[in-house]
Ligand binder design. Structure first.
Ligand SMILES: [Zn+2]
Length: 175
């Protein structure tokens, strides 16, 4: 976990999972990382909801960007997420597939944010975090390095690295 070395306000986007929201250590980490008065977007799946430009989460993010002078957007995914288990069970069926899916979610969400708020996000840092919920209930958070995206950072240039996945598509288990 890193300290808060940043200036400017931040908006933190994370899942509403109570194993995170009621974790003292997770909340203490967020406060330290994003400041005691950061904006918070708490929704099922967290940043996954920002992959679709039509998501209601964009109402919240728009307030942060247009009215709260936000200079950082922290996107936090987490292990064993109920949103993935419900809507993307195949994508998280193995650790390797989950890793690829998480990378795709981060990039798709970031690209969609940039596309939706092109002028407002020009000087906004988008940061990736991954929270692991351990069997004993403890939570650790890792910062995920941003990966380079080829070409323009637009949603159309981010292709899923797992064939056939469309964000927000409910998949039906046939097995
Ligand atoms: Zn979750």
């Amino acid at each position: 976990m890193s300290g808060n070395h940043h200036s400017g306000s931040a908006v933190f986007v994370r899942c509403m999972d109570p194993r995170l929201t009621e974790s003292d250590e997770f909340n203490a980490w967020a406060k330290n990382e994003f400041g005691p008065k950061h904006d918070l977007i708490s929704t099922a799946g967290g940043p996954i909801r920002l992959m679709s430009p039509d998501s209601d989460a964009y109402v919240d993010l728009g307030i942060s960007l247009h009215h709260h002078n936000v200079s950082r957007i922290g996107l936090c995914l987490h292990s064993d997420c109920g949103y993935n288990n419900e809507f993307h069970p195949e994508e998280v069926s193995t650790p390797e597939r989950e890793h690829a899916w998480m990378n795709y979610c981060f990039h798709r969400a970031a690209a969609t944010i940039r596309q939706r708020f092109a002028s407002a996000t020009r000087h906004v840092a988008i940061e990736y975090y991954y929270a692991t919920i351990h069997p004993d209930g403890s939570v650790t958070v890792d910062r995920v390095p941003a990966m380079t995206v080829e070409g323009n950072l637009s949603a159309d240039n981010i292709q899923p690295n797992i064939k056939g996945i469309e964000p927000g598509t409910k998949r039906v288990q046939t097995a």
